[in-house]
Design a protein around this ligand. Structure first.
Ligand code: ADP
Ligand code: MG
Length: 328
């Protein structure tokens, strides 16, 4: 058997790039860049809730960090450091090696130093992974949920809905054929956090959020915190059915939804070309109808007819929720 300390050294201790003191002491030392604010975010992934017990460890390692990076992207922050706390039913070095391979592939790609964590035996047989991530942003430059203004354009990056379709495929609810199958499974297992987009949106977007619980649900958070409403019409919205539901309510793609002043639409379009990332304008911020609460969202089809009965997102404490979904 391998000791806890050997396990940490073998799997998680790597040379750092921009850290004063990393793994190995009672605490890490970091030196934030002068004048920058720290952005801090935490996500917990629990077996059975966020991933299947037989999940591929390397993909899971990638995703564990990627979902945290997505939160920094949505804040417009530059990712810098992370800690990783994990509860494991038993020391399984080979499994953890593969997990670490995926985790560090993501860390290296986005320039993150792993600077500490905790490793403990979990009593109930289920694994969990909790990352806290630290990024930097200039004072006042962070993208927040509360800045959307009436007449702003609403945008979404990428092609959300693929991860939810990948999950439905794995559950046997639908049968995807190639090449769509691979496409959706990659979206589910190896989400690409939109860090570059988030950084480019500083000074351009008035609000932003990452889509972890579903496009409409997460846009709803912007509307509530900004005290506005929205008219949404998604170009090429699929007909009623799973593809439409996945697009509107599927979580887990980790795309960004954001708002920009309408006069800057051309800049956003140019940014999409530059980043080689589809950026789709899906609507416009409107004033809350008098007497009604802020946050109301009117969804229309391409011809402008309202679409009724929108289910909104995933809620961990909704008794009708299904597991495992993978929303954080
Ligand atoms: P302590 O007993 O002081 O909490 P630990 O023995 O738990 O220290 O951890 C030893 C070192 O290893 C610390 O620097 C800690 O941050 C790091 N560490 C422990 N587990 C992990 C992990 N899963 N990932 C990264 N670093 C870890
Ligand atoms: Mg400890």
């Amino acid at each position: 058997v391998i000791s806890e300390f050997d396990l940490i050294r073998r799997c998680f201790q790597r040379p750092t790039r921009h850290t004063v003191l990393g793994i190995g002491d009672d605490g890490a030392l970091i030196a934030p860049s002068a004048g920058q604010q720290l952005v801090v975010s935490t996500d917990l992934l629990v077996e059975g809730t966020h991933f299947f017990p037989d999940a591929d460890p390397e993909s899971l390692g990638w995703k564990t960090l990627a979902v945290n990076l997505s939160d920094l992207a949505a804040m417009g922050a530059l990712p810098r450091w992370a800690t990783l706390a994990t509860a494991l039913p038993a020391a399984a070095p080979d499994w953890l090696d593969a997990f670490a391979r995926g985790f560090f592939a993501c860390a290296d790609h986005f320039g993150i130093d792993l600077i500490g964590g905790d490793t403990t035996r979990g009593p109930h047989g289920a694994m969990s992974f909790c990352v806290t991530i630290f990024g930097e942003v200039a004072p006042g430059a962070a993208l927040r949920r509360n800045g959307a203004r009436v007449d702003d354009s609403i945008w979404v990056s990428g092609m959300p809905g693929r991860a939810a379709q990948g999950l439905a495929h794995l559950r046997g609810e639908i049968k995807l054929a190639e090449p769509q199958r691979s496409d959706c499974l990659v979206a589910l297992h190896r989400p690409q956090p939109r860090v570059e987009l988030g950084l480019a949106l500083r000074g351009l977007a008035t609000s932003a959020i990452d889509v972890s619980d579903g496009l409409l649900a997460d846009l709803g958070h912007i509307l509530e915190q900004s005290h506005v409403s929205a008219n949404v019409s998604i170009p090429g919205l699929p007909p009623p059915g799973l593809a439409r539901d996945a697009l509107l309510n599927g979580g887990d793609d980790y795309e960004l939804v954001f708002t920009t002043p309408a006069e800057r639409d051309a800049e956003v379009a140019a940014l999409g070309v530059k980043l080689q990332l589809p950026l789709t304008r899906i609507g416009k911020i409107s004033p809350p109808p008098s007497g009604s609460r802020a946050g109301s969202l009117r969804l229309c089809d391409d011809s402008g007819s309202p679409i009724a009965s929108i289910r909104r997102g995933y809620d961990h404490f909704d008794p009708h929720g299904t597991t495992p979904s993978s929303t954080t």
